[in-house]
Design a protein. Structure first.
Length: 387
């Protein structure tokens, strides 16, 4: 990573998420933490923003034992202990909710979250996660909306009929929260595709159905996408929706590549091409190989190594290693939109994304936030008391 221009905190985090050969580079790590201006608070803030606190704790304990301030390590340990407990609570809640879904004959499967860590051979505590993400058929959404309140959940935004119909057209998920007092203890996200209408990643449950396998997790049987299908969903989410803006995203993709012999690369390439996202795939793989040290699969070497792909990966790297507050909201959105316009294929796909980005900028500039809030509350009941 000597060719990456970034601060010592970001460079240390890059070492922490490497999973290939040479994971623990003690001399370089010691040099970074002793460099002028190294800030432990900035390191924690970046690790939190990139959602890689478990990887950072493991790296510091294995590579630099006794170097980090005691208070810093205690802060990491406290958070990661709570994250581990959260994964167990979320799994128990998934089992409860899924049993009701099965009774109602609403098929679904979980993705990302602790199940991804488990499939990739990692500890469930090693992956920061708060949500319970389920993939369903769009035609089952109305039944899910009717079912969840009876299980103690409230809608995250609104269940107004006009809002639900609009959401089906422009979004890809409907979310629910369960509270104890003022604290949200569980957050369910029901997806019927990835992203929103502007992302044009309209992959469906039925396209993945043939790749749903019987998994076993914590002593329970549950449906899971196989590694190939899970990779497609992760690529669409991490790269197509979230722009590869977290080191956690890169680490996930590196772990998939580490299991390359278990993945049907031609099927993955075909699915990404179907949605005009094949360049996103190659950028993601190239960036993950560079950051984590995991070699590129032979099936991706040529495409991931083209000059255009390498330039896009370099641009993403610069965003990745910047401080969380390194860009204004507007500048960050412009960079992400420019990346997607280069990394997606198809005139219609790019036209929709460009139009959506322009409309968002104009709307924020022209419509006052208070007026928008009033409109959403009046038309869709968004912001009203949902208890």
């Amino acid at each position: 990573m000597d060719d990456v221009r970034c601060g010592p905190e970001a460079r240390l985090l890059l070492l922490a998420v490497s999973i290939g050969s040479g994971k623990t580079d003690t001399p370089e790590a010691e040099k970074l933490v002793s460099s002028a201006g190294f800030d432990w608070d900035d390191l924690y803030a970046m690790a939190a923003a990139h959602r890689i606190r478990p990887q950072l704790e493991s790296f510091l304990k294995n590579t630099l034992p006794g170097i980090a301030p005691e208070e810093f390590m205690q802060r990491l340990e406290d958070y990661n202990r709570e994250n581990a407990l959260r994964q167990l609570r979320n799994f128990s809640e998934f089992i409860r909710v899924n049993s009701i879904l099965e009774e109602q004959q609403i098929p679904c499967f979980p993705f990302k979250g602790p199940w991804l860590a488990h499939q990739l051979g990692e500890s469930t505590a090693s992956r920061e996660s708060r949500d319970i993400d389920l993939f369903i058929r769009k035609t089952d959404l109305d039944r899910v909306i009717a079912l969840m309140p009876g299980l103690g959940y409230i809608y995250e935004t609104s269940s107004h009929p006009r809002y639900v119909e609009k959401l089906k057209k422009i979004s890809a998920e409907f979310n629910f929260d369960r509270y104890e007092g003022e604290t949200c203890i569980h957050h369910f996200e029901y997806h019927w595709q990835i992203g929103s209408s502007k992302h044009r990643l309209n992959i469906t449950f039925d396209e993945i159905a043939s790749r749903i396998i019987a998994g076993r997790f914590q002593g329970h049987d549950l449906p899971l996408p196989d590694l190939s299908a899970h990779l497609v969903l992760v690529l669409m989410h991490h790269a197509g929706k979230d722009f590869l803006n977290q080191m956690k995203h890169i680490h996930d993709i590196g772990l998939f590549m580490k299991k390359q012999e278990m993945i049907d690369w031609e099927w993955v390439k075909g699915m990404m091409k179907r949605y005009g996202a094949e360049k996103l795939f190659y950028v993601s793989a190239g960036l993950a190989s560079r950051v984590t040290g995991v070699p590129l699969p032979d099936a991706l070497v040529r495409e991931a190594g083209t000059p255009a792909t390498r330039r896009m990966a370099e641009e993403r790297m610069m965003v990745l290693v910047s401080m969380p507050d390194g860009y204004s909201r507007e500048e960050y959105e412009r960079k992400n939109l420019a990346f997607l316009l280069r990394a997606r294929s198809g005139l219609r796909v790019r036209a929709v994304m460009a139009g959506s980005g322009l409309w968002s900028a104009v709307r924020r500039a022209v419509v006052p936030e208070r007026l928008m809030s009033f409109y959403l509350k009046k038309r869709y009941n968004i912001g009203a008391d949902k208890s």
